[in-house]
Design a protein around this ligand. Structure first.
Ligand code: GLY
Length: 382
C-alpha cells in the first residue's frame, strides 16, 4: 500500500478523497489553488437525487449514483463525528411535478425500473400532489414522489470535511496558487510544484480532483481531458419551512428548502467560460419558473443569487480511475451535475485503487483515457 498521496483540488471531491485516504492510514497532502470548496461545491444546492437526475435507464452511471446515495448515512455520521460540525442532511424526499398529461406518460416505465432499484416512488394524481405539496400551482397535473431522495447543505459539508481532514492529519494547503508542474517519475512517485508553496511536494501517488479545471492536466498526462465548465445560476428566496416541503423538480428548474429559511431555486445550464457572474436572463428564467409552479412566490424578492461551474465531460460521465500505464495517477473529476451526490462513492473507489484493490463497482465506463486514441497517448513519465 502507498504511504503518501497528493490530492490536487480542494472541492468536495478532493476533500472527500483526502478524508477517506487519511481514514485508511495514508499520509495525505491536499493542494488547492484557491479557496476550499470555492467553486462548484460551495455553489451547489446539495441534492442527493440519483432517481430524479437519471430518468432513462439503470446504467453504470446510475449505479455509481445509487451506490453513493447508499453510502451517505455512514459517510455523514463519520464526517459529523470527526468534525463535530452538522452538515444539515435533510431527508425530505423529492417530488417531480408535471404540468401536462403528456409529460407524465413515460412515467410508468421509469417507475418500474427505479422501484426495482429501491426508489419506492409513487405516481401522484393532482389531488395527491397538492396534499403533499399544498402550495404547488393548480395547473400541475401529476407528480412522482421519491421518498429516498434527500439533500445536504453543501457549504457545511465542505467545511465539515475540511475540519475532519485536518483532524486526521491531512496537510491542507488552500490558496496554493497555480499548479506549475506535475512530474511522474520513471523510478516511481510524483512531485508537484505549486506557485504559492515554498517547497516541492513529493508522494507515492497523485489524485487529480480539479473539477472544471482538470483539462489543464492534459499536458502532463499525454491525454485528452475534455472537461469544460457549464455555469449553473441559482437564486434563493426567504422561505417558511412548510411553504415547500420536499425537493421539487419541474422541467425547467428545481427548488430545495434549506434549514436557514431559504428556498434555493436552480439552475441554469449555460456556457460562459469560467465566468461565475449571474445574468438577468439566467435568474429571470428561474423567477418565471418559480412564479409558474409556486404562485405564492410571485412578487417575492429573491434574497440572493450566485453561480457555480459544473465540470462537464464530452459524454457527461465522470473521469474516475487510474491513468492507463501508471499506478501513480488517479483521476476523479468531471462529476458534472452530481458532484455532491457522488462524493462518498468517488472517495471510496479512489481509496480502493490507492490500496491497490479492485474498485468496489464497475468503473471501466469512466476510464480517464477514453477520449484519447491509444496511438495518440503521450508519455506520462518524466
Ligand atoms: N444537480 C443540480 C445541478 O447541477 O444544477
Amino acid at each position: 500500500m502507498p504511504q503518501s498521496v497528493i490530492i490536487l483540488g480542494g472541492g468536495i471531491i478532493g476533500l472527500s478523497c483526502a478524508f477517506e485516504a487519511a481514514r485508511r492510514g495514508m499520509h495525505v497532502t491536499l493542494i488547492e489553488p484557491s479557496e476550499l470548496g470555492g467553486q462548484a461545491s460551495g455553489a451547489a444546492a446539495g441534492m442527493l437525487a440519483p432517481y430524479s437526475e437519471n430518468t432513462e435507464q439503470p446504467d453504470d452511471f446510475f449505479h455509481l449514483c445509487l451506490s453513493s446515495l447508499r453510502s451517505y448515512p455512514e459517510w455523514i455520521r463519520a464526517v459529523e463525528e470527526l468534525s463535530g460540525m452538522p452538515v444539515e442532511w435533510v431527508q425530505s424526499g423529492s417530488i417531480n411535478v408535471f404540468m401536462h398529461e403528456a409529460d407524465a406518460l413515460p412515467i410508468a416505465s421509469r417507475l418500474q425500473w427505479q422501484n426495482d432499484w429501491g426508489a419506492r416512488a409513487q405516481l401522484l394524481d393532482a389531488a395527491q400532489l397538492r396534499k403533499l405539496e399544498p402550495m404547488v400551482s393548480h395547473s400541475a397535473v401529476a407528480g412522482v414522489f421519491t421518498p429516498q431522495e434527500s439533500h445536504v447543505y453543501a457549504p457545511k459539508l465542505v467545511s465539515a470535511l475540511a475540519a475532519a481532514c485536518r483532524k486526521l492529519g491531512v496537510a491542507v494547503h488552500a490558496h496554493a496558487g497555480e499548479i506549475e508542474e506535475v512530474l511522474i517519475h520513471t523510478s516511481g512517485g510524483v512531485t508537484v510544484r505549486a506557485q504559492g508553496l515554498a517547497s516541492l511536494v513529493h508522494a507515492d501517488r497523485l489524485v487529480v480532483c480539479a473539477g472544471a479545471w482538470s483539462g489543464a492536466y492534459e499536458r502532463w498526462f499525454g491525454l485528452s481531458i475534455p472537461v469544460h465548465p457549464i455555469r449553473g445560476q441559482i437564486c434563493s428566496y426567504e422561505h417558511q419551512a412548510d411553504e415547500v416541503r420536499h425537493m421539487v423538480f419541474a422541467s425547467q428548474a428545481y427548488w430545495v428548502g434549506k434549514r436557514n429559511a431559504r428556498l434555493v431555486c436552480g439552475a441554469s445550464e449555460d456556457v460562459a467560460g469560467f465566468a461565475t457572474s449571474v445574468t438577468e436572463r439566467g435568474i429571470g428564467r428561474l423567477i418565471r419558473s418559480s412564479n409558474q409552479l409556486f404562485p405564492f412566490l410571485e412578487g417575492r424578492q429573491t434574497a440572493h443569487s450566485w453561480a457555480g461551474l459544473r465540470p462537464a465531460t464530452r459524454d457527461g460521465l465522470p473521469l474516475l480511475g487510474q491513468i492507463e500505464g501508471t499506478t501513480e495517477v488517479i483521476m476523479a473529476a468531471g462529476h458534472y451535475r452530481n458532484g455532491i451526490l457522488l462524493s462518498p462513492i468517488t472517495a471510496l473507489v479512489v481509496a480502493d485503487l490507492l490500496e491497490e484493490k479492485k474498485a468496489r463497482l464497475s468503473i471501466s465506463r469512466f476510464a480517464p483515457q477514453r477520449f484519447t486514441a491509444p496511438a495518440s497517448r503521450g508519455r506520462v513519465r518524466a
